[in-house]
Design a protein around this ligand. Structure first.
Ligand code: XIL
Length: 351
């Protein structure tokens, strides 16, 4: 025991050891509380794993997702150039500490580098060239982490938010039509037949968008495309979804008969475009109630949901700081800026 502490001290430094107290040693970790329901994960940057947040991660979470480090932009910045440093460091942390690892993401309209859509003459690529690049990318990335990543978000956000449009009018869609979606799943499946392959999207509680996601997945399944799961991002707020909306959402996805994961959970304390204002007790109370309701629903569908992943670790910093409203700090997670459990943490761990 002492030897282990000594080794931790020298490898991770005194900060790491202090963090055990900050993260609430007196309370069981999220991953332990939910052991019989689903895996609890968190999205991380390579940097976070070198700070006191590492202690919190090990105590509370059973799985990691790379917040950005495995996306096409960071990993594949040039046609002949792969940059593995960040992605590898997350994978090796997961392996070293026995955490599960989700892959995010292989095909997304955002964070795809410009070169991907341009040919040698600087013109928009042909469908053939785009698909062969996609195949090369997916085969290389999935192949590298074969046996380490148990589930991949293969296609991310391909459905449109506009009521009168089915597919998002991205460059992938403009160049390939909907075919790129099934090809991406096929390439990923060929590269690692054991990995669970997910379609991942947001605004999934909106009935119109939800219907389109479900119809697309049914269509893919009917064609024999290897889609094994659906990821509901879960970027929600203290105002929505309501318990009936969430229940209906989960019930609808369950009807697909495939794996369900909540892949990017956070609960914003603002309406989407609301101007910045202080984080009040009232907001915190609403957030606590929202988290409580969400986890109650997740437990209800615990047989169908295999993992719930938070999008970032603590309110110290999250992707919702400055987004979508510049200069607005957000407080969307279960741990505060000092990594202490918030009221919402106790609300989801005592039931
Ligand atoms: C976000 C990251 O958190 C940010 O750091 C980055 O600047 C943009 O992407 N849906 C997704 C995630 O699938 O990949 C996004 O992550 C958040 C929305």
């Amino acid at each position: 025991m002492f030897r282990k502490a000594l080794i931790s001290f020298f490898i991770l430094g005194p900060v790491f050891i202090c963090s055990a107290q900050q993260s609430g040693v007196d309370t069981p970790g999220l991953k332990d509380v939910y052991r019989n329901y689903f895996t609890i994960g968190v999205a991380v940057s390579p940097r976070a794993l070198k700070t006191d947040e590492a202690g919190l991660i090990l105590r509370q979470f059973g799985s990691l997702t790379a917040e950005n480090a495995m996306k096409m932009g960071p990993v594949h910045p040039g046609e002949q150039e792969y940059n593995w440093a960040g992605a590898d460091s997350i994978a090796s942390f997961a392996r070293q500490h026995g955490l599960k690892l989700r892959g995010h993401t292989l095909c997304w309209h955002n964070q795809t580098p410009e070169w991907f859509f341009k040919d040698g003459a600087g013109l928009t690529v042909s469908k053939e060239l785009l698909l062969s690049r996609l195949k090369e990318h997916i085969t290389t990335v999935v192949g590298r982490y074969k046996g380490m990543i148990y589930a991949w978000d293969v296609v991310n956000e391909a459905i449109s938010d506009k009521a009168d449009e089915v597919y998002r009018n991205s460059l992938f869609y403009q160049i390939c039509g909907e075919e790129y979606i099934e090809r991406a799943f096929e390439y990923a499946h060929a590269a690692d037949p054991e990995a669970l392959l997910f379609y991942n999207d947001y605004n999934e509680t909106n009935p119109v968008k939800r219907r389109k996601i479900i119809d697309m997945i049914r269509k893919l399944k009917a064609k024999g495309v290897p889609v094994h799961g659906v990821g509901l991002q879960g970027h929600w707020s203290i105002y929505e979804p309501t318990p009936p909306q969430l229940d209906e959402t989960l019930r609808d996805f369950v009807s697909l008969g495939i794996n369900i994961q909540i892949t990017e959970l956070d609960i914003s304390v603002y309406h989407k475009d609301e101007v910045a204002s202080p984080y009040t007790e009232d907001m915190e109370a609403r957030q606590t109630a929202q988290y409580k309701n969400c986890f109650k629903a997740f437990r209800k569908y615990g047989k169908e949901i295999s993992a719930v992943t938070f999008w970032n670790i603590s309110d110290r910093s999250s992707w919702l700081d400055n987004f979508p409203v510049r200069g607005r700090k957000n407080y969307p997670l279960l741990f505060d800026k000092d990594l202490k459990p918030k009221k919402a943490f106790y609300a989801v761990t005592s039931f």
